[in-house]
Write a protein that binds this ligand. Structure first.
Ligand code: SAH
Ligand code: SF4
Length: 359
């Protein structure tokens, strides 16, 4: 005889339900899982989750033992970890119970610790040089799955640490797998939790988009001073539409106008990301077309050599070509940085660890 999980009211009976996954619960509703506990327990639990994260519920030392064992903490398991750059770069591949892959990269520096996190499992936008895009789209990540990546990195820095690196995150970039502005509501909620519940300054958070124009405009109207990075990669529609299929829907002029609006509303300069592809977008002609866009936006340009991916024919630009491109932009009055390619030996570009792990 099977016992029904359904109660007469149609609700699942609490004693038979699977353990609650704490990071999937809205932090404002944590009290719902602590029904018979005094109010201060909710604050204690919220503090463990969002202020001093730990890897195991067991380590939440001021909570009663029975309570600790009744929860699941993480909405995923760590499947694979890679370490590089003298242990100052760590890349994690997490797996959710339904099989979705989530990648995060923690990069440590003497005065900074930056987490690059994922907003979707896969990506539907299919940029030619991007490993995530070549994999296609799996699903959106929940706000809790995005925030759990931040909590994991905080727990790691605090409890394990990286040599010569701060013991907490100083920067968060939405530059891992997925297009954050194609998962707007959940990404918005993750920003709210990171900024308002974890207490991380909005100014240290960057959302990177390939140019989802309506999303840029909505983000411009949010109350937080987060930074916007626009992945441009090409400065005319013909080339950009080849590299970034979304350009056919939101062409360059519209992306520029939305970025300008973001700058006006927030007073924060946007940055323009440019993945350097050998013989494709590293020409002085492209630099000449990029310069006026960057000047109009008063934007900072970040150049990064492409990380080769198995499924792409594109190759990284040679170092001298990147240098020439940067020099030309500077001559034309543009602020430009050549970004380091952290974790090159651990497939650190987005989506690449998943390729290695076989899905
Ligand atoms: N979808 C968003 C954010 C995730 S991609 C966006 O495209 O902006 C984050 C950054 O990684 C983007 O600037 C993207 O162009 C870059 N990128 C993707 N594939 C890359 C590769 N193979 N080598 C170097 N950078 C890459
Ligand atoms: Fe998606 Fe960004 Fe990759 Fe393009 S570069 S496929 S938008 S994750």
């Amino acid at each position: 005889m099977f016992r029904s999980l359904e109660s007469p009211t149609g609700l699942i009976r609490p004693e038979l339900s699977i353990p609650e996954v704490l990071y999937l619960i809205d932090p404002d509703h944590l009290g719902d899982v602590l029904l018979d506990e005094p109010r201060f327990r909710t604050d204690q639990l919220r503090h463990w989750l969002y202020r001093t994260p730990v890897f195991e519920c067991e380590d939440m030392s001021n909570l009663p033992t029975e309570l600790r064992s009744s929860f699941e903490l993480w909405p995923f398991e760590l499947e694979f970890e890679q370490i590089a750059d003298g242990e100052t770069t760590r890349k994690w591949l997490f797996r959710t119970p339904d099989g979705a892959a989530i990648e995060s990269v923690l990069m440590g520096y003497p005065s900074r610790a930056t987490l690059c996190l994922s907003s979707q499992a896969g990506c539907a936008l299919g940029c030619t040089f991007c490993a995530t895009g070549q994999f296609g789209f799996d699903r959106h990540l929940e706000a809790g799955e995005i925030v759990a990546q931040v909590a994991w990195a905080q727990a790691f820095l605090r409890l394990h640490g990286m040599p010569g690196v701060p013991d907490h995150l100083t920067n968060i970039v939405y530059m891992g797998m997925g297009e954050p502005l194609a998962n707007y509501e959940r990404v918005r909620e993750s920003l709210r939790r990171v900024i308002e519940v974890m207490g991380i300054s909005a100014r240290s958070v960057t959302v990177s988009t390939v140019g989802v124009v309506p999303g840029i405009r909505r983000l411009a109207d949010e109350p937080w001073q987060v930074n916007l990075a626009v992945s441009l990669h090409a400065a005319d529609d013909e080339l950009r539409s080849k590299l970034v299929p979304l350009n056919r829907r939101y062409p360059l002029a519209e992306v520029e106008a939305a970025a300008a609006e973001y700058f006006e509303k927030k007073g924060r300069r946007v940055s323009l990301e440019w993945t350097m592809l050998d013989g494709v977008n590293d020409t002085l002609d492209q630099a000449g077309k990029l310069a006026p866009i960057a000047r109009r936006l008063r934007a900072h340009v970040n150049l990064i050599a492409m990380n080769p991916t198995p499924l792409s024919d594109d190759r990284p630009s040679a170092r001298p070509a990147i240098q020439h491109f940067a020099d030309r932009l500077r001559e034309l009055g543009v602020n430009v940085t050549i970004r380091d390619t952290r974790g090159r030996d651990i497939d650190a570009a987005c989506g690449q660890l998943r390729v290695r792990a076989g899905g």
